[in-house]
Design a protein around this ligand. Sequence first.
Ligand code: CUA
Length: 313
Amino acid sequence: MGKEFRLFPEQASVLAGEIDKLYFLLIGMSIFFALLVFFLIYIFAVRYRRRSEDEVPRQIPGLVQLEIAWSVIPFILCLGVFAWGAKLYYEAYTPPEDALEIYVVGKQWMWHLQHPTGQREINTLHVPKDTPVKLTMATEDVIHSFYIPAFRIKKDVVPGRYSTMWFQATKVGVYHLFCAEYCGAKHSAMGGSIIVMEPVEYERWLSGGGSDETPAVAGERRFQQLGCLTCHGEKPGARGPSLRGVYGSAVVLQNGQTAAANMEYLRESILQPQSKMVAGYTAIMPTYQGQISEADVLNLIAYIKSMGKTGSN
Ligand code: CUA
């Protein structure tokens, strides 16, 4: 980090440069038009000043071409900025399919992070360079916001749902991580660092240190502890639907509608099982809202996902 003075955070992700270009365009346009207005005020004040006490100025009717010009030019500029912004927004919030998925759980006042291979970290995240990384984020309590200025990404983590965003780091280094939503007494301390490493170094880092359970294995353990298998078994006539292959499938609900079994759906089905009942089953599953943590839910979903991979469906 050093003591060097900089006006802007470093550009350390694929998107950072693009976002800054749009930002500088906006600043440039604002400065240009502000100067233009001030310049014209000055020119007109001098040029059309009253020269004698009894001077009556000539009447000037409207000029259609001028009116069209000052309507159409700003309109085109604004549409251009809008289109560029929309494109960047879409890119920033659409993670590539093959991205490395990191689970993020915010909690007053720290960030819990977990790698797909199970390694856990608090307030520090190691990531490989030149690799797309997707963050799936939840919060155990209030709204937090995951903010990495050097990557130009920030997203609120809102209770009751998953937020996702992604980045691809371009430079090895250590970058600030902040919570950007006021979340209580120690909000300002809720931050840490993102450590970008060469992919080889990252692999070495992953293999070193304690071998944590992968989210799927932790989920399986929790699945057994909670006795989910009692109902969600494989046997015919089970009281709950089988979960094998359910992730990514289309589930037919009692009201005749279908639901895409994505992370959001599975989360809701665990926490509020009655809200989207699968056709052919009765509402006997207890609600797990407030009974298990967001980290548990993420692990359970990781386990259900893993069943889909090995099963024949
Ligand atoms: Cu968490 Cu501010």
